[in-house]
Design a protein around this ligand. Structure first.
Ligand code: C2O
Ligand code: CU
Ligand code: CU
Length: 562
């Protein structure tokens, strides 16, 4: 069995030289107020003569690109026709926790989940993928992932390429591993097969003008160091959560699993040229998955199973062959000089700093995991943090393990304050939802504001976006609560009670020793009126519904009028 895996690995590694190129697949784009995603199993021929079982949304592999406008409302109808329970998470979108598609929002086989929300995000490059606890890597590696592009008015005024599939191209970069039967491996370090939009040995034609690349590193573990074979420069115009303030000319860009980049490539003078989009893995410093050595420190060099036999590690490899053809009509021919207005949060606006420390569950030089955050593994039943809505916080991430972890948080886009004590490079100065925390005592601090959405019972996640690490428990969860609407169901916490409850608007606030005042609020936390009472029955003319009473110390009690 081992022998045949390595035979296949060898076969895969020489395959690019004996196989012709395949045209890059471009997922269809869906837009509008109602998006249907049908999760299904299927098959894909990554290798000729080999049928691989895959999963996709509305097809055999990957899913459509969803294009949304800021402030529009949208209903996502996610129909699960897989034989497995799963979830779909809108990675990077700022939606309510009950719409976020985290591990608590399971879609059973045969069920349809239909969250409706309005799009609050800035123009940017987001994505969606399954998030079932302990099965995220399985469902993503087998094929379910898609891009979400959000457009807004600010972006529309910049003259950027915005014709999907014509001058704007989604590029989902992934590496996958296969077993001897050509089936996709899960939790593997044998990810030697390079795919762009699910296409191996991909080739495409771009027009001789400014084109825009929406790049996602959708790999389970591999950090990419992207650039072009002729070292031509490109412009980074956006990161995870939107546009930068100005285009940045670069020849390389590091993208960790889960991260996105919005890139302009000026091909105006490149007609008839051919070159490759590559990952320059040989340039990755050690202690990043994809570098020659995945760890740092004593004994941390070779303890990742199969890693050294994977030909991609520490190597430069091709992602996509690009051939430049004729320009389109009305091409974009220039790069804007400025982009979006960013309003970084100031450190003085933060209410607190949360310290999160990453450790290995095993020996300090353990590269396989499980990895822990603040000494604990993910527990569905345990809320790690409760955050009052509208609070601004600094999160300080310290990585005591020998490998870099791409940390991701749901709900918010953050600004990076510093990496190892130094202000971030310009390409990381915008809004992000994933940040690579360097190995061996690396530290990252970011600042974020938790606004708009609160829910007393459904949490948001934070986790490592190396999917085997996430599945093995390198994840935690937080509630964002609205103190005005949140309810203290623990009646022991207050000395007063509402009797009866439910009632018809006539009730007694019992247990009061003296005249006390209360705020009456409706179900949405809206203030209705003030009440003063000492153990006497109140007769309020209230419509049926849910109400809250809050005392001067902030204790809140819910009651129902029938
Ligand atoms: Cu892209 Cu919690 O995930
Ligand atoms: Cu996410
Ligand atoms: Cu990790």
């Amino acid at each position: 069995m081992k022998l045949s895996i390595f035979t296949l690995l060898f076969f895969l590694s020489i395959y690019p030289f004996v196989n012709s190129q395949t045209n890059l697949f471009i997922p269809v784009a869906l837009s509008g107020n109602s998006i249907d995603l049908n999760l299904q199993t299927g098959t894909t021929n990554f290798f000729s003569g080999i049928t691989t079982n895959t999963m996709g949304a509305n097809g055999n592999l990957l899913g459509p690109t969803i294009i949304l406008e800021q402030n529009q409302s949208v209903t996502m109808n996610v129909q699960n026709n897989l034989p497995d329970t799963t979830t779909i998470h809108w990675h990077g979108l700022h939606v309510a926790p009950e719409h976020d598609g985290g591990p608590h929002t399971e879609i059973l086989p045969g069920q349809t989940w239909s969250p409706s929300f309005s799009v609050l995000d800035k123009a940017g490059t987001y994505w969606y993928h399954p998030h079932l606890h302990m099965h995220t890597d399985e469902h993503v590696s087998k094929g379910i992932a898609g891009m979400i592009l959000v457009r807004d008015a600010e972006e529309a005024g910049l003259g950027l390429p915005m014709h999907y599939g014509i001058d704007e191209f989604p590029l989902v970069l992934q590496t996958k591993g296969f077993d001897a039967n050509g089936q996709i491996l899960v939790h593997t370090n044998l990810d030697s097969c390079v795919l762009v939009n699910g296409t191996r040995n991909a080739t495409t034609q771009f027009p001789a003008q400014v084109v825009r690349l929406r790049v996602l590193n959708g790999s389970s573990q591999r950090v990419m160091q992207i650039g072009f074979s002729d070292n031509r420069s490109f412009y980074v115009i956006g990161t995870d959560g939107g546009l930068l303030s100005a285009p940045l000319s670069k020849t390389r860009l590091r993208l960790a699993p889960g991260q996105r980049a919005d890139i302009l490539l000026d091909l105006t003078n490149s007609i008839n040229q051919s070159f490759e989009l590559m990952s320059f893995g040989a340039e990755l410093p050690n202690a990043y998955y994809g570098a020659a050595q995945p760890g740092m420190g004593p004994g941390a060099t070779s303890s990742l199973a199969g890693y050294t036999s994977n030909p991609l590690n520490g190597a430069n490899f091709n992602l996509l062959q690009i051939n430049v053809g004729n320009p389109t009509s009305n091409p974009v021919l220039s790069i804007p000089t400025s982009l979006a207005v960013l309003n970084p949060l100031t450190q003085s606006s933060a209410a607190l700093t949360r310290n999160l420390t990453f450790t290995s569950a095993g020996a300090m030089n353990n590269l396989e995991g499980p990895f822990l955050i603040n000494g604990t593994a993910f527990n569905m039943m345990q809320i790690n943090y409760t955050i009052p809505i509208n609070q601004t916080e600094i999160w300080s991430l310290t990585n005591q393990t020998p490998i870099a972890h791409p940390f991701h948080i749901h709900d918010v886009q953050f600004y990076i304050l510093d990496i190892n004590g130094v202000a971030p490079p310009p390409e990381l100065s915008g809004l992000n939802d994933v940040v690579l925390v360097p190995g061996g005592m690396g530290n990252v601090r970011f600042i974020a504001k938790f606004e708009n959405h609160a829910n007393d019972s459904i949490p948001y996640m934070y986790h490592c976006h190396m999917l085997p690490h996430e599945d093995m428990g390198m994840m935690g969860q937080f509630l964002v609560v609205d103190p005005n609407a949140s309810l203290l169901e623990n009646t022991d916490a207050t000395h007063w009670h509402i009797t009866p409850n439910p009632n018809n608007g006539k009730f007694l606030i019992s247990g009061l020793m003296q005249d006390d005042s209360f705020h009456l609020m409706d179900a949405s936390g809206q203030w209705l009126r003030q009440l003063r009472t000492v153990n006497q029955e109140l007769d309020l003319d209230l419509q049926p519904g849910v109400y809250f009473l809050k005392d001067n110390s902030g204790s809140v009690m819910k009651f129902v009028v029938e």
